[in-house]
Write a protein that binds this ligand. Sequence first.
Ligand code: MN
Length: 130
Amino acid sequence: MDRTVLVIEDNEQNRYLVTFLLERHGLRVVSEPDGPRGIDTARSLRPDLILLDIQLPVMNGYEVARELRKLPDVADVPIVAVTSYAMAGDRESALDAGCSGYIEKPIDPDTFVDDVCAFLPASGQEKAPS
Ligand code: MN
C-alpha cells in the first residue's frame, strides 16, 4: 500500500516542488494550503507523515502542530516542520509544539526525500489499530 504524506504549505511553488520530489519517490502526496484545511484532511486521511510549513496564513505551523497532536488518530503520526534556515528559534519552537523534527528551507532537492523518509515508519510496517 502506498504511503501517504500530507503537505501543509501555502507557497504554491514549494508545494509543487515537494509534491514532485515525493511522488517521484513513490509516495502518495496530498497537499493543503493552510492549517485549518490541513487539520481537516489529517483527520480524514490519516497520513503516514505530515510535512508542515511554519509560516502559514490563518494559523502558524506551531499552532497547527499543537492541534494535530490533540487528534487521537494523528497523535502518533510524524510531523516534520519546514523551517527557515535564518530562523534558528523556529526549530526549538517546532519541537516544543509537538513536531518530530525539522527540515530547513530552502529545500535541497538532492537530500530532501532522504531527510523526509528518515521520519517515515519503516516500509511494510502496518499502522497500529486504533
Ligand atoms: Mn509558508
